[in-house]
Ligand binder design. Sequence first.
Ligand code: NAD
Length: 434
Amino acid sequence: MPEPLDIAAANGRLGILTPGMGAVASTAYAGVIAARKGLAAPIGSLTQMAHIRLGRRAEGRNPKIREFVPLAELDDLVFGGWDPISANALEAARTAGVLEERDLAPISSELEGVVAMPAVFDQRWVKRLDGVRVKSGETLFDLAEQLVADIEQFRTENACDRLVMVWCGSTEAYQEPSAVHQSVESFEAGLRNNDENIAPSQLYAYAALVSGVPFANGAPNLASDIPCMAELAERNGVPYTGKDFKTGQTLMKTILAPGFKARMLGMRGWYSTNILGNRDGEVLDDPENFKTKEVSKLGVLDTILQPEVYPELYGNIDHVVRINYYPPRGDNKEGWDNIDIFGWMGYPMQIKVDFLCRDSILAAPIVLDLALFLDLAQRAGQSGNQEWLSFYWKSPQTDGTTPAEHDIFIQQTKLKNTLREWMGEEPVTHSEAG
Ligand SMILES: NC(=O)c1ccc[n+]([C@@H]2O[C@H](COP(=O)([O-])OP(=O)(O)OC[C@H]3O[C@@H](n4cnc5c(N)ncnc54)[C@H](O)[C@@H]3O)[C@@H](O)[C@H]2O)c1
């Protein structure tokens, strides 16, 4: 048996701070508030609903994850955030149009009470949005200090014992890491010189890690996946994780592809296209912002199918991803996939998937789980990149020595085995049934 970790109890209040209070964030807050009033079940959340098998199957030990590991209770959560447009979470939820008025009405005062703090925002990174409630400062360093002050003020005013931050802001324009991102020293110099390679999301990540607050990056842009953040997280003993919530089409891809591979069926192409009409769709309509998303979405098939191991099955795949902004759909995205596979003697077959999904309904439980698991990780004394949370990501961050794991079933095993190990239970290496 592994030695259990000494994990501090989840006493007191946990504040969940989201830079970005749009569709995903407001839906996440609303679902938690509704769940604690008994108005809705937290469907899609592992921390609230999933069981975990312990020991041998015959032992019949199968508690809920939340009964097995010490997680914060929903009643102990408080929400806060920053947004350059939304004034509060109720307004954000109404603008997003994800939840119906009948679901918002019984929780409207709580949502209205989550007032957005003015954001660190720069239109260079999100051309399609006009920020109105935006901080100003001489240097980026001043802006980072204002975020640190916001964090401390939120902590005090809401009597929080612990905080976590989950980036739910818009996807920023595509960027490769540059010299300024290589160390804490170069990053801090860049903050003072207003280096144009520093994006707003990186200021939030920096402010969180400096304040000892775990950070998760829900979007595909660079935020915590740069060397300076790894260094800062290690220095301050803070866990972080990323990136890009795995929902919709990529979720389907990482469910289906492992099945084709398990049956040794070949693949010639995978064409994915989406229509969506929310603010996220509008932002992604700009080619620079779409590029960030495209890179994230294209990455998943290679590690699942291993073309280098199976060149005759997966060595020649055309993988195409398109997103089209189509306002009538709002948040109710439609994603079509055409998958060209081949079988015995090379005979071709086609699979069509038409997923009428609700993006934020799929993303909201991820926000909750990440917040609770990152808080657990911090109480368990963990710091740096939390690879065991790759289950939640389109582009899981790695330590750079191994490629990211995308197979959702392997990711699930890794997540649950990490919890087993921390609690001094044997890993389960085969069926996750139960
Ligand atoms: N919904 C999903 O399934 C899903 C999946 C993966 C990733 N994401 C990502 O999650 C993010 C949020 O998605 P959404 O549907 O809620 O989008 P949204 O457009 O409804 O909300 C994003 C909010 O972020 C705000 N914002 C932009 N820049 C900001 C800044 N610098 N500081 C603070 N706030 C800022 C915007 O004003 C907006 O209100 C997007 O980046 C999206 O790509 C969403």
